[in-house]
Design a protein around this ligand. Structure first.
Ligand SMILES: *[C@@H]1O[C@H](CO)[C@@H](O)[C@H](O)[C@H]1NC(C)=O
Ligand SMILES: *[C@@H]1O[C@H](CO)[C@@H](O)[C@H](O)[C@H]1NC(C)=O
Ligand SMILES: *[C@@H]1O[C@H](CO)[C@@H](O)[C@H](O)[C@H]1NC(C)=O
Length: 502
């Protein structure tokens, strides 16, 4: 059974049986897949050659009428392309034209840049730092877009149900009557960057260095959202923390402290924290470990799934990640195969930091694995092959269908829209924030970073609206959901106990 082992710590709620827990477990679930893909994906070896030292222009979509219309405007980044309208309709057509105006199309053309490598931040890609230094000149000027009428209309298509956790994540601030500047400032205590959106343009104030290129790819994701839904992302100011674990402890912000409850965006959350969950950077690429942008990775996953028949797969629970970020992960490592035990778990280290951090030693502890659930789950999977396959299939189709890049964009749009509605102050650009745009990032990047940025670039605006945001859970619904989750965990624990006795 080539299934993913239960995800742990920050991403704990990604466990298969609890797809619907407090926050958008969907995004967290992804981490399991990505981690799995590290091993199975072919490693790109020759990618950098394509782009090195060259400023790449994407081909204009000149084969279509919209492309032809847009082609002349491509050099300046974004432009509205409008269908030519008859100015003197002497003979009104018998029917209104059936076609919609073509969506905006985009391309990037980089000016010759003299790349300065001085702006390097420790342990991080210099791209975003360079972009912040050079950006004011490199962002094209274009009129503030207004949403086209077709994207304002509902397309009568409900978003996947995990979108309902958008309401859950924001509920504390709704209950507090909104988000004040004092709350935002407090979120700045740990934030990696401040993001300001004003009139469809993005401004970034870097507060501290991020690990690897997380800030770059996260900001890039927001910029792509601005291209996909021009004029629809509301004015806002937010604080983003690129670190892996949630920090806004719920119990610290009760009573009078609710008035400084910080709204802090990050890639994960859990039941005892208030961090607001946002899609993680790897949807747009993770160059350090060669994780491609999501659309390409989805294709690879599909191919990989087709390549080896389920029943021919190796019967192991597989996990790869960085164990030093949490205690639960360190415990997981103890379940690895060793000279004294083989529970069919294969745990691999993707360690960014020096090993041994936080007193972690994996030697001599291999027989203390506390996750008997791992042994149980793998044994169960190997003795219920058909059912295990069905679970795997459902997880795959969830990934392929409900976690498409379209849904990721729609999730961000709905989350930011609902968030912005709660702001009780007028967003402004602080003096330290610098405008940042697709051009300023893509043109400063090099190698695999640049390749992934260009690959994940939104090339045309959406010609329909986002999916419809489902309503919040009712109090009863939420209670039932929690109940169901607790019951299935209890059930599994009972099965495990039964199995260990026999
Ligand atoms: C690029 O920068 C270097 C060092 O600052 C300078 O010597 C060189 O003339 C610059 N090149 C161009 C094309 O501006
Ligand atoms: C939208 O979907 C609902 C339920 O599927 C359907 O009853 C309704 O007629 C649809 N409305 C439009 C405008 O298509
Ligand atoms: C787990 O065991 C495998 C096989 O012996 C080994 O290659 C791997 O490095 C081990 N993982 C860790 C985290 O020690």
């Amino acid at each position: 059974m080539a299934t993913a082992a239960p995800a742990v710590d920050c991403r704990q709620r990604a466990v298969l049986s609890t797809t619907l827990s407090r926050t958008s477990a969907a995004f967290l679930f992804l981490s399991v897949v990505v981690v799995g893909a590290v091993a199975s994906a072919r490693w790109i070896t020759s990618t950098t050659a394509v782009l090195q030292g060259r400023l790449t222009r994407l081909p204009a979509t000149a084969a279509t009428p919209a492309g032809t219309a847009a082609a002349s405007a491509l050099h300046h980044g974004t432009q509205h392309t409008q269908q030519p309208r008859p100015s003197t309709p002497s003979q009104p057509p018998p029917l209104p034209p059936p076609s919609r105006p073509p969506p905006l199309t985009y391309s990037i053309s980089c000016p010759a840049l003299n790349l300065s490598h001085d702006a390097q931040a420790p342990q991080a890609s210099p791209t975003i730092a360079r972009a912040l230094l050079s950006s004011s000149s490199s962002c094209p000027s274009y009129p503030i877009p207004t949403p086209s009428p077709s994207t304002a209309a509902s397309n009568n298509n409900s978003c996947p149900s995990y979108f309902r956790f958008i309401h859950e994540d924001l509920r504390p601030w709704r209950a507090a009557g909104g988000i004040t500047r004092a709350m935002l400032d407090r979120a700045g205590l740990t934030a990696t960057f401040r993001l300001v959106v004003l009139g469809g343009r993005a401004y970034v104030q870097r507060l501290r260095p991020a690990f690897q290129t997380r800030d770059l790819f996260t900001v890039w994701g927001v910029l792509q959202l601005l291209r996909r839904y021009p004029g629809r992302v509301p004015d806002l100011e937010l604080m983003f923390d690129c670190v892996d674990w949630p920090v806004v402890r719920t119990h610290l912000y009760r009573g009078e402290f609710a008035k400084i409850m910080p709204p802090l965006f990050r890639y994960c959350g859990d039941d005892s924290t208030l961090d607001i969950v946002f899609p993680d950077w790897s949807f747009w690429g993770w160059p350090e470990i060669n994780i491609k942008p999501w659309d390409a990775l989805l294709e690879d996953l599909k191919d990989g799934n087709n390549r080896v028949r389920w029943l021919d797969r190796e019967p192991y629970a597989y996990w790869k990640g960085n164990p030093s970020v949490s205690v639960t992960r360190q415990e997981l490592v103890k379940c690895n195969v060793s000279s004294t035990q083989d529970w069919n778990a294969r745990i691999y280290n993707q360690d960014w930091f020096k090993e041994g951090k936080a007193g972690f030693k994996d030697s001599d502890l291999s027989n203390q694995c506390a996750h008997s659930s791992i042994k149980y789950a793998v044994d169960w999977g190997n003795s219920h092959k058909k059912l295990a396959q069905r679970i795997g299939k459902q997880a795959s189709s969830f990934i392929q269908e409900e976690l498409s890049m379209d849904h990721v964009n729609d999730y961000m749009l709905h989350l930011l829209t609902e968030y912005a509605k709660l702001l009780k102050f007028k967003p402004t650009k602080p003096a330290e924030a610098v405008e940042i745009c697709s051009e300023s990032l893509a043109c400063q990047a090099e190698g695999l970073e640049k390749k992934f940025l260009l690959e994940s670039m939104v090339k045309s605006a959406s010609d329909t609206g986002p999916c419809d945001l489902p309503p919040p859970f009712g109090a009863h619904e939420l209670k039932m959901l929690k109940q169901r989750k607790e019951n299935s965990i209890k059930q599994i624990e009972m099965w495990e106990q039964g199995a260990s006795k026999s």
